[in-house]
Design a protein around this ligand. Sequence first.
Ligand code: HGY
Ligand code: MN
Ligand code: MN
Ligand code: MN
Length: 413
Amino acid sequence: MSTKTIQNLQINQDRLWDSLMEMAKIGATEKGGCARLALTDLDKQGRDLFVQWCKEAGCTITVDRMGNIFARRPGRNNDLPPVVTGSHLDTQPTGGKFDGVFGVLAGLEVIRTLNDYKFETEAPIEVSVWTNEEGSRFAPAMIASGVFGGVFTEEYGHSRADLDGKTIGEELKRIGYFGDAPVGGRPFKAFFEAHIEQGPILEAEDKIIGVVQGIQGIKWFEVTLTGQDCHAGTTPMNRRKDAMLAAARMVDLVNKIALDHLPGVGTVGLMTVHPNSRNVIPGKVFFTVDLRHPYDEELEKMKAALDAGAAKICGNLDVEYDLQEIWNSPAIHYDPACIDAVRKAADEAGLPNRDIVSGAGHDAGYIARVAPVGMIFVPCAEGISHNEIESALPEDLAAGCNVLMRAMVELAA
Ligand code: HGY
Ligand code: MN
Ligand code: MN
Ligand code: MN
């Protein structure tokens, strides 16, 4: 056992920040964000850089059949299940520099710091990168951690296609990350994910650490409305089958459902219109619905209201509709011992903290099905995320990384 106690160890704030800024150059956007969609060449570049850094830190690398990457630092007893951390490197199309990436590079910084101090852990430590967390290019979100957690089959995971019909399996092969390790089926002593809050609470309350209790329930739907393409000038208002009007009313319905079920939230984020011509009444509209609530029974009520509202709106407008629930992720509750380890680390470091439930989905949510899990949140400016202006303070990121290191070492002792 190293002579130093973990309390004396501090991560290197500048090195963490520099790594984040270096990674942010891959897919950098003009407005200061990142566009590194899952399994694109840019995602490959980010993965390759991460693997290079981990090898430089003395880690061995394993890639599984869903492209999940595991960088392993040996402990004294490598037969023990590892303590794992990590998150994702893929971003939204107009994503920021920190969503996901912070959790991956905070894990690398923990390894670099333990190396600096020659600090040995009993169990091995691993840093993981989970494929397609965002669910932007391929739905659903968190699909690869979902396969690892036994929620989706590997076959389903490989079959999911983007809007151009390219599948995850094909893209993994194309970028060279279709690994040969089986997906899941191996124990973790514990899994921790560090992440920006992506909401306004910590900043508003001057807290630096969020002790994450779990994740709210999430349901994703796909809706196809079919009316009739017709001339915008010659078709009287009482003879239209206007799919766009039905879509507009359903967007308002989703908003009303959320407001009727607070603190639930409802979002229509993606919409395609056919034929998408300014003087044709749209005959077909496709859009997505994202409903979330901390309590599953409330989320079911929101779904029922969506079903009933869709029938009424489309019946009144003589528009056919197809409403499919494509993803259901019930509310997730994290492991009490991991939660306590996070809170204890934050308290010992004198960091103001509070318990919090995650509004966003995270890979940790699915890993919680197969391992004890904890999460650490740090503030981001004005709670803005999934936006190119996403930002966080170096000292807050370093504080979160120190809490991560202490919690991991406690579990790996
Ligand atoms: O949708 C989510 O909550 C996550 O950011 N993928
Ligand atoms: Mn994320
Ligand atoms: Mn995200
Ligand atoms: Mn997420």
